[in-house]
Ligand binder design. Structure first.
Ligand code: ATP
Ligand code: MG
Length: 386
């Protein structure tokens, strides 16, 4: 009997036209996440991935595999020869291991991939059920609402398992195009990136800093956040652009209360160029309706006006506390709350406009040489592969 981990993928994923590519993407993402922990090898058998590794590494491996989108379940399975005797013994082993401490109801659930196997699924379910009832006094059968299931997959070998870990769900990365996340150093944007990646988008990140007005640490923090995010999104490009000159020009030539809106519009214009050049199809932000002055409908539409791409805002209807909870779950929260000023906080006006009008914003922009400023900012770009 050999212990293995098996990974099953979501249904949608298996039906798509690009199944093979998505499957391979998910596999390489899993391998990238587990390579530091160590495993022996992997193989694929009828749509499931099997991972050979020593059992004491299972927990650590599962934790990393759980971060890959498109996965329905991760199971701890026991592989035996395809004969009734070995199958029954394996089911007994599984029950002994997990369910010997108190009374339980159970049901057996066979999937017969190898149709030539001598017992069909209902028959094997019965044989296993009767056998376990004989062997264990603490078990009873409940086919509608069992405490646990014993799964038996009949393939080239038999796989017996019961302990199931739910995957993250979602769609495999790459199945929904490529986007550019506007990644600040805050709590919200990494969560927004996570959510779009969960729907299969390949997420890259752009960060705007204002060195030397903002510190090197603030910049490093954004890069660290991108790194933390990458265990979910897979490898990504991290663009960083210096906005300090733009902030200076805004401060000298425009009303102070418009600073945030004006700078956001520059972020969009710069992002337009990057998206054009690298083929990204949409922007992603961490905006949430009403959270701050720049996140009113009026502000959002004035900001959006300077974007040539759809702006996706996965957090738009989510309360701050729920976003915080999510950021704790995905492991970015501690990094996000490190106290380094970003450009928004340094240049933020005391009384920002909450209901900007496009025509007044455009009038203020008339005092700026927009094309030159955008071009000069793009010349400061640094690209880091994460
Ligand atoms: P976050 O927690 O993501 O910083 P926030 O609540 O601080 O968001 P804002 O500062 O209004 O909200 O920013 C709204 C969104 O604009 C951010 O979620 C992010 O997508 C984008 N953004 C803001 N500042 C920057 C920046 N310096 N670089 C890149 N994107 C930014
Ligand atoms: Mg912020």
């Amino acid at each position: 009997m050999e212990a293995l981990l098996s990974v099953s993928f979501g249904e949608l994923f298996l039906k798509g036209a690009n199944r093979k590519t998505f499957f391979n993407n998910a596999l390489s993402h899993i391998i990238a996440n587990i390579k530091d922990i160590g495993y022996e090898n992997t193989y694929v058998e009828s749509a499931k991935l099997y991972i050979r590794a020593s059992e004491d590494k299972f927990d650590a491996l599962i934790k990393e595999i759980e971060k890959v989108f498109g996965i329905a379940y991760i199971d701890e399975v026991y592989k035996v020869d395809k004969n009734l005797d070995d199958i029954l013994k394996a089911t007994k082993y599984v029950v002994n291991k997990y369910y010997s401490d108190k009374d339980y109801s159970f049901k057996s659930q066979t999937t017969r991939v190898d149709k030539s196997f001598e017992y069909d699924s209902p028959k094997l379910n019965h044989l296993v059920g009767d056998y376990l009832l004989d062997e264990f006094d603490n078990l009873s059968v409940d086919i509608h609402n069992p405490d646990f299931k014993v799964y038996i997959d009949i393939k080239s070998n038999a796989y017996i398992y019961s302990k199931r870990h739910k995957g993250l769900g979602g769609l495999p990365i790459g199945s929904s195009g490529q986007g550019l996340l506007l990644l600040s150093g805050g709590i919200d944007s990494p969560v927004a990136g996570f959510m779009m990646a969960k729907r299969g988008m390949k997420v890259n990140a752009i960060h705007f800093h204002s060195y030397p007005f903002t510190s090197k640490q603030a910049h490093q923090k954004a890069e660290d956040l991108a790194k933390l995010m990458s265990t979910y999104t897979g490898p990504l490009k991290f663009y960083s652009v210096n906005l300090s000159n733009i902030y200076k020009e805004i401060a000298t030539n425009c009303p102070r209360e418009e600073t945030t809106i004006l700078s956001r519009r520059f972020m969009m214009r710069i992002s337009n160029e990057i998206a054009d050049k690298y083929g990204y199809q949409a922007f992603v932000t961490g905006e949430s309706l009403g959270q701050v002055a720049s996140q009113t409908l009026e502000s959002m539409s004035v900001i959006e006006d300077s974007s040539n791409f759809p702006i996706l805002r996965p957090l738009v209807a989510i309360d701050k506390q729920d976003i915080v909870d999510l950021s704790k779950e995905i492991g970015t929260y501690e990094k996000s709350i490190e106290p380094f000023d970003d450009c928004c906080s340094i240049f933020a006006p005391d009384k920002p406009v909450t209901k900007p009008k496009l025509k007044y914003i455009e009038r203020s922009e008339g005092n700026l040489d927009i094309d030159r400023l955008v071009k000069e900012a793009i010349d400061t770009i640094e690209i880091i592969e994460i």
